[in-house]
Design a protein. Sequence first.
Length: 154
Amino acid sequence: MNTGILTPKQAAFRDEYRRNIASWYNGWGHLLSIFVPGIAVIWYCTAHVHEPTVWEWLFVIPVLVFYNWNEWWLHKNAMHRPIRGILMPVYHRHTHQHHQYFTSQVMTYDTNREWRIVLFPPYALIVFMVMTLPAAFVLGYLWSACGPRMRATS
Ligand SMILES: [Zn+2]
């Protein structure tokens, strides 16, 4: 049930978008396709942490802040600005579809089938993970190289 005011253009866009969602689509399945690999990667990574110090646990805070900032930056600079190449579909989907479907006046959905426009497509999770790998490898290398020395001096 929508509580805001749908403009005729937005209502028409929503109707058209809903009609074009594949009949086999299921919002819960979509959610799980993102949630399960995400939890699996978190589990895999934490399983490889051995005897962390308090300082190593506290390092999680700046990492979360950095990733939150990074998401904001990508949203601002890649999802709201057309950039030729691999990011153009992201811009189109987000700016032309997502923000037409949801406006500041109408931010609700009626069924989980509409999660199709709420959630990132499953392949995006893989792209995000791949984009993160270089920084993760560098950080992991530096951390592993410095960790034993930091422990020896503390
Ligand atoms: Zn946006």
